[in-house]
Structures are given as C-alpha cells and as structure tokens.
Design a protein around this ligand. Structure first.
Ligand SMILES: [Zn+2]
Length: 408
C-alpha cells in the first residue's frame, strides 16, 4: 500500500517550523530526529563512524529513529526539489520509487529546514546542523560586511564560502577519520562556492553524463564508506516549467530510471538513502504581491532578501522591526506569516542562532501561505517574479521531504 495523499488544499496548509535535536517528534511537533539535519549523522553511525554534531548528540538514536540498517557502504542521494508529496503524487511514473514507497518504513516524511530552499537545506544537510549555525539563511541575505544583499547559490557579493559557513561538514569530518567519502556530480559543481560551503571534504568525481554519474557512484560504493550523488533536474525543470508539467514528469521518470540503475549497480548489501532538500508548490499568477507596488510594504525597509516564498526584510536605521511587521500583517492578512527576527529566533525556526549569523537574518521574515508569492519588481527580473513552481515556505508540499531507505 502506498501512502494516502492529502487534498491539494491541505497540502498548502502551513506546518509548524521543525524543531532541532534528537527527539522523536510528538503530536503536532515536527522535525527532531526526523529532519534533514539528522540524515548524515545517522548514516555516519550506520557505517560505523558515529559523528555527533552541535545539534545532534546521538547518531545511534538518529539511525534508529530513521530506521537505517548498518552497512559498510552507504550511498546518499539528494534529489533537488523532490518533496515527499511531489514524489508521492506522481508515483505512477516512477516504478523504483513506487516500490520503495510500498515499504512501511518509508511511509513517513521527514522535515527540511526553514526556509525550504537549497542553500539553507544543503548546508543543514552537509553539516548536520541548522541555518542559525551555518549562516546560510536564504537564497539571498544581508552581507553584514558590505551592508548589501548577497546571493548564496553562486555567492555573488558574498564573503568567501569558508568564511560564511564555518561549521565543519560531515564529509570533511568523516574523511579526517579515514572514512572514504566520494561525491559524484556535475563538473561545474566540483569547486562551486556552494559545494565548498556545504559539502566540502569529499573526493569529488565529475562527469557530464547523468548515467555515468550513477555508474561512478556505484563503483565507489564497492569500497566501504560514504558516497554522495546529487540529482538536480527536478528542481530546475520545476522552476522553468512547473512541477505539474509534462516536462517535469518526463524528468521525474528519468530520475527514477537513474535511481533504479543505481540500485541495480551497487554491490549487494549497500545502503541507499534517498532524500531531498525541499518540495515545490505551483504558483498562482493572481496571488503575486509586488512590494514595489505598495508604499506600506516598502516603508522602513532598506533591503529585501530571501526568496518569493520566504522574504527577509531589513529595516532602515531607526525603524522598529515590530512596525514593519505590523504593516505587513495588516496588508497581507492570511496571505503570509510574519515574524520579527527575535520572534523567529525565540521560536527556534533556524535552530540555535550563533551571534555572527544574527545580522544576516532579516529583521522581519515573511513566509507566504497558500500559493502566494512576494516579489520586488525594483530588483527582480520578470522571469524570476513569475516562476511556475517555487519553494521556501512552510506548507506541507514544500517542507515535507522523503528519506527513503533501500538495501541492495
Ligand atoms: Zn529550487
């Protein structure tokens, strides 16, 4: 039996921000052991080299909570943008994933971080910690050194990756213990700023051909240790064509084919763990809010960061964040959840926040509800303001992610 998928409306309801730590989530509480940050610490224990982190002290407990068996060799696959519900709603196109979803152990989502976006999630995953510690809190955020907005996919206007993201990665810590850590990926990501920030420390093998990247991962898995494979096309095609498009389904079928090939190619006994960084929603062209069209939204705001589903507002000198938050609540009503930075930190939405990271986070954080997007036509290109599918907020679609387990 596969899982029952909630209604479209329910999938767009907001979840509570996930909590951080080793506990099993209870009624109404999400995250804890069942969180993206738990995956690599849990895998470290499964391969016999337990590696606690600043927010996860119990890798063995995490391994049990996620249901991972012990294995000498593990392959962790991260499929960009393939949320738990996105995956389940199109299972008819994915025979391998369908077979995994028939296993009761896989019939539960885990939570990604807030915001549900690649840079925040990759560093949360790669370090086994949280955005409050990695300093990667949004697609764009304030660079306190320059007082300008920087972008963290390519690190445009940002400080260098190792200066921003100071948490050791799981890959470098495992390598330092003599564990083999291999990444198989696109050549252009081998030395990218994002790889250096979030996933440094592996032996990175580049290949342009996706099926060869699978073969490289399977080959690496012959030796004990950890192998990492990144598949990005579901996110890319989702942004360009919509996750509900035929084009996305074609991509999903190819991804399933690559995962099935991996399963057939790894040596017997290899542990395979399939996760995502976030899911995706379909936007509504009627629900686009342009900050530049409303004086009340611009008032007192010097910079706008984040992304259309999770906007970060930086206050002008002398402006109280509470006043900005009050105006945005007035204007947006039920179209967004508005938190001041101090509220967000007190709620723990970024996990523990170290002091150097605090000024990077917006004075006010606005999470869009339903299919709403919040754009700024003063700084964003037409295409970026009207992407058919996006992510970043706290709906079930965006924040529930898979953690599928298979043993070859
Ligand atoms: Zn994306």
């Amino acid at each position: 039996m596969s899982v029952e998928v909630p209604s479209d409306e329910e999938l767009l309801t907001m979840t509570e921000p996930a909590c951080y730590g080793d506990g099993m989530p209870s009624e109404g509480i999400r995250g804890g052991a069942l969180h993206l940050s738990s995956v690599l610490p849990a895998v470290s224990n499964a391969i016999g080299c337990p590696m606690p982190t600043d927010i996860h002290s119990d890798p063995k407990g995490l391994q049990e909570a996620l249901g991972l068996p012990d294995a000498a060799s593990a392959v962790v696959v991260l499929v960009d943008g393939l949320g738990y519900w996105n995956l389940n709603m199109r299972l008819g196109h994915a025979p391998y994933l369908r077979s995994l979803m028939n296993e009761s152990a896989n019939q539960r989502p885990i939570a990604t971080c807030m915001p549900s976006t690649t840079v925040a999630a990759m560093s949360t995953f790669g370090t086994g910690t949280c955005p409050g510690m990695t300093g990667m809190t949004g697609y764009t955020q304030l660079n306190p050194k320059t007082g300008e907005i920087c972008q963290l996919i390519s690190f445009r206007n940002a400080v260098p990756p190792l200066e921003l993201q100071q948490q050791p990665t799981m890959f470098e810590r495992l390598s330092a213990q003599g564990v083999r850590v291999t990444s198989s990926g696109l050549p252009k990501f081998a030395f990218s700023a994002l790889t250096q920030a979030a996933l440094r420390g592996s032996d990175y093998i580049s290949n342009d051909d996706p099926r060869k990247r699978v073969a490289v991962a399977a080959q690496a898995a012959k030796n004990p240790g950890l192998t990492y494979l990144y598949l990005r096309d579901t996110d890319k095609v989702g942004h360009n064509y919509g996750w509900d498009s035929d084009k996305w389904i074609g991509t999903y079928e190819r991804v399933d084919g690559q995962l099935g090939l991996l399963r057939r190619s790894v040596p017997k006994g290899t542990l395979i763990v399939i996760v995502a960084d976030h899911g995706m929603i379909t936007t509504d062209p009627e629900s686009v809010i342009d900050i530049a069209q409303d004086q009340r939204l611009m008032q007192g705001v010097v910079h706008v960061g984040g992304e259309p589903r999770c906007v970060m507002l930086y206050a002008e000198q002398g402006e109280a964040p509470e006043n900005i938050a009050a105006r945005w609540r007035d204007v947006l009503g039920d179209r967004a959840q508005v938190r001041t930075r101090s509220q967000a930190i007190a709620e723990g939405v970024y996990g523990p926040v170290v002091s150097r990271v605090e000024p990077m986070i917006g004075d006010v954080i606005v999470s869009a509800t339903k299919a709403v997007t919040i754009v700024d036509s003063r700084t964003q290109a037409e295409k970026a303001m009207h992407l058919p599918s996006v992510h970043g907020s706290l709906t079930m679609l965006e924040s529930d992610i898979p953690c599928l387990i298979d043993v070859a």
